[in-house]
Design a protein around this ligand. Structure first.
Ligand code: USQ
Length: 406
């Protein structure tokens, strides 16, 4: 297949690109390199040293003989170029990762909120409109998020995207209806993924686009089979308070003797998936495309759920790290249960990787190897969800102490 990976320079995009190229697909990366610019804006860098995208592709060709083409293009701002690209290359499949993906970054200031909405919603809508206008019938696979569902505990399993409801009509008769599971995003970033769902629903129904939306959990780990093959193919690895995600952050913190930063009581339960499974799931989804006219196919791309404080205790037990319970800079439920259905994915043939000690230790080892690249003052998460919380958030030079939030 000819596959376009939009956002192929990112944390999940890059290993997915390598995985698909390794399987013999013709892979094209389309990326505006915005994630590298955001590193510059924030004054942080990936824990692992990353080469330029062109150099990464060159190393891959040298190693395997396979070519990955890189196209510098901003989906949200260069609509005509995007349409021209689709007309010229006519991909069989498009994988859409090209969105600003950090909740704390999206909540930093009003400017970051505006950027995240403009970029994410603009990119997705430009892509859909360009696909229709250029007659591109590629299978579109989008990286969505479990966070669209929200985390209120209702004591029922979260289905794969759709919910059967019953409404009473004016005649008093009960009528069945299938609806998208109601969204309850917890950040501006998660809100953009909720908006994406509506865009997909419309274009699948109106224009017959074939779309799969993967509601992914929190990715952990760093290496995949392909990124392990050469030092210069290494994946990016975020540790800072904006882009680092919870389990990877705990593992890195343990590696550098930094207290594990649990927000609030740590009673937040979240869905997780290892990076290796994430790329494998995308391959599985590609192999099972919907037909034109079908509803958007939605999968819950996660393999297990964990409570944040349990993860902290697990990492502390493994490494001897100290656990610190901090006031939460986010506005989120202090405690929640989470039961998620992922039967469709398992039926496609995923054999899940779970929190094996070996894989956790691998991350700690990577962090120890590159510990000299970590700026300890950037580890704390200080992006506050509301003005009230912001006023009470303060960090010390070590970056771990926040003023108490009542
Ligand atoms: N948390 C801590 N300590 C930390 C960092 C986070 O206790 O040092 C807590 C947060 O308060 C939150 C939970 O851990 O309750 C998860 O935070 P996170 O930063 O790991 O994950 P999140 O902001 O939800 O976003 C990440 C990715 C996003 C993806 C999402 C999947 O950045 O791209 O869509 O995970 S999900 O969470 O399932 O929606």
């Amino acid at each position: 297949m000819r596959i376009a990976v939009l956002g192929g320079d990112g944390f999940v995009g890059w290993p997915t690109t390598l995985h698909l190229s390794n399987q013999g697909h013709e892979v094209h990366i389309i990326d505006n390199l915005s994630r590298r610019w955001i590193d510059t804006e924030l004054g942080v860098q990936s824990l692992t040293p990353m080469d330029s995208i062109q150099e990464r592709c060159r190393i891959w060709t040298q190693l395997t003989g396979e070519h990955i083409q890189f196209h510098l293009l901003d989906l949200a701002r260069e609509y005509e170029r995007l349409k021209q690209w689709l007309t010229e290359y006519r991909p069989d499949a498009i994988i859409h990762f090209a969105e600003q993906r950090a909740a704390p970054y999206s909540m930093k200031t009003d400017r970051h909120k505006v950027y995240t909405v403009d970029n994410n919603v603009g990119a997705t809508h430009n892509l859909l409109a360009a696909m229709v206008d250029s007659g591109c019938d590629a299978h579109l696979v989008h990286l969505g998020t479990m966070g669209v569902y929200g985390y209120s505990s209702v004591g029922a399993a979260i289905p794969e995207g759709y919910l059967d409801v019953e409404i009473t009509n004016l005649e008093g008769e009960k009528k069945g209806l299938e609806i998208l599971y109601p969204t309850k995003p917890g950040s501006v970033y998660h809100m953009t993924k909720s908006l994406d769902q509506i865009l997909f629903q419309f274009y699948a129904q109106n224009d017959g686009l074939r779309i799969t939306d993967l509601h992914q959990g929190i990715v952990w780990g760093t290496h995949t089979d392909q990124t392990r093959r050469h030092e210069q193919l290494i994946n990016r690895f975020d540790y800072d308070g904006d882009y680092g995600t919870v389990l990877n952050r705990f593992l890195i913190q343990a590696a550098i003797d930094y207290p594990l930063t649990v927000h609030g009581t740590g009673g937040q339960t979240r869905a997780f998936i290892h990076i290796q499974d994430s790329v494998r799931c995308i391959e599985l989804a590609l192999g099972d495309a919907p037909q034109s006219g079908d509803r958007v196919r939605i999968f819950n791309q996660m393999t297990e759920t964990h409570r944040v404080r349990d993860l902290a205790e697990l990492v502390a037990g493994l490494t001897g790290a100290e656990v610190k319970y901090l006031p939460n800079p986010r506005k989120e439920a202090a405690e929640n249960d989470l039961i998620v259905k992922n039967d469709q994915f398992l039926a496609l043939g995923l054999n899940p990787t779970t929190l094996a000690e070996g894989l956790l230790e691998e991350v700690v080892d990577v962090a120890r190897k590159y510990a000299h690249r970590i700026d300890r003052s950037r580890v704390a998460a200080v992006s506050a969800w509301t003005r009230d919380i912001a006023q009470r958030v303060e960090h010390d030079p070590e970056g771990t102490r926040l003023k108490s939030v009542s």
